[in-house]
Design a protein around this ligand. Structure first.
Ligand code: GCU
Length: 399
């Protein structure tokens, strides 16, 4: 009887929680609250930032610290040792089109080490070091199958190789397993002090840190043009790609696919996934301080347009999918729009229209680029084709 009552009670709680979650999420434009975004061009002592020098010297470091302290956590810059080894290779993979290398990147600090397994293909037709796409892979490892027995639309490596780019990927679990019980069994072991800090690194920060270690490798590989690396990520991986590109200016391009809350979408719109929801479902993604903003997005000292601004003048491409309202397509577009002023300081003019473009209407020839693909939350061949066009344009490879 007791067990029966307990089961009933937990069922009722479950149903209520589910209803609450549903209610928590707004999908109606008319219910978006009135909000004012923090001014990206106003310094903490209320000075207006008028040129790129003042941006780089005063405001950019301030904004970077605000994101570190309030959302993503610190990013440890030093470590005792880093080693790269090619574990295996195949000079004629993809029917001779590509050279595959399985690279092990081993980073050590405080007697602990982390092993990042990089899958890398470079185009054999290249006569110079190749520009590259790097994916922070948050889905199954089979998506980046080195043997190419499994071909996934999520990482269409053959398409990218045919376009003359190298393509690489690492899996987030090498840095921080993606769950609250285990995320500390990776990079966090190298920096144990981060765990107890309210602004300490968490999983998204660890994945971004991993992307930078791959960049450390790229600069040593003569087959890669490390000055032309486009960092990409989907959804939670897209949140990490933005944070990594904001931190590490060696990434020439940032692509953030369906990244939504605490990715490219504005928090203050409170549309789709909100801060409380993300902090509750994924408490291991962001730092402890971020929890203070549950139900209080308006108190954040930043909003996500400022994260995109940190990447200026480097090109950023954000995407959405029409059925993925959870990731707030309009809020993503507005985030890019509100970063335009910082790109303007560099004399760069965004070509984004005043209102979001229609479905499957990519705006590519712009430092701030956007598309909203018809369909579901995913990264598809359609998306990748646009990313290639974007990289071609910005790397001067256009026809
Ligand atoms: C969940 C989460 C999102 C995230 C997504 C993903 O839906 O709420 O914030 O972007 O998972 O990573 O696929």
């Amino acid at each position: 009887m007791k067990a029966y009552l307990l089961t009933c009670l937990s069922l009722i709680i479950c149903i209520q929680l589910h209803a609450q979650n549903h209610e928590e999420s707004n999908y109606e434009e008319s219910k978006v609250p009135a909000y004012t975004l923090p001014d990206v061009l106003k310094s903490s002592d209320n000075k207006t930032i008028k040129n790129k020098k003042a941006w780089e010297k005063i405001r950019r470091p301030e904004v970077l610290t605000l994101f570190e302290d309030n959302i993503y956590g610190q990013v440890p810059k030093s470590f005792e040792d880093i080693r790269f080894s090619v574990l295996s290779e195949d000079k004629s993979s993809m029917n001779g089109k590509a050279h595959r290398k399985d690279v092990l990147i081993e980073v050590s600090n405080q007697n602990k080490s982390v092993r990042i397994n990089l899958v890398l293909f470079t185009p054999n037709k290249a006569i110079k070091p190749s520009p590259a796409f790097l994916l922070i892979n948050n889905r199954g490892k089979e998506n980046t199958d080195p043997s190419r027995k499994i071909i996934s639309e999520f990482w269409p490596a053959e398409l990218v190789i045919d376009a003359g780019y190298a393509i690489a990927a690492f899996h987030v679990s090498d840095l921080a397993p993606d769950n609250k019980a285990e995320f500390m069994n990776g990079v966090m072991q190298l920096y144990p002090e981060q765990l107890s800090a309210d602004n300490g690194m968490r999983a998204i920060g660890a994945w971004g840190w991993g992307a930078s270690r791959v960049m450390d490798y790229f600069v040593t590989d003569p087959q890669i043009n490390a000055k032309k690396v486009a960092l990409t990520g989907h959804s939670r991986g897209g949140k990490a790609s933005l944070w990594a590109a904001a931190q590490d200016q060696r990434f020439a391009i940032c692509i953030t696919n369906c990244s939504g809350s605490t990715g490219a979408a504005l928090a203050r719109r409170q549309f789709g996934e909100r801060v409380r929801r993300i902090n509750t479902s994924f408490p291991h993604w962001f730092n402890t301080n971020y929890k203070k903003f549950n139900d209080h997005e308006e108190l954040l000292p930043v909003d996500q347009h400022m994260l995109i601004s940190l990447i200026a003048p480097r090109p950023v491409y954000a995407t959405n999918a029409s059925e993925d309202l959870w990731a707030d397509p309009k809020g993503t577009f507005l985030s890019l729009k509100n970063a335009e002023d910082v790109y303007g300081l560099y004399g760069l003019k965004s070509k984004l229209p005043e209102v979001p473009p229609g479905l499957n209407y990519p705006v590519i020839e712009s430092p701030l680029a956007y598309h909203n693909r018809e369909g579901k939350h995913d990264m598809t061949v359609y998306d990748w084709k646009q990313f290639i066009r974007f990289a071609d344009y910005h790397f001067g490879r256009g026809k």
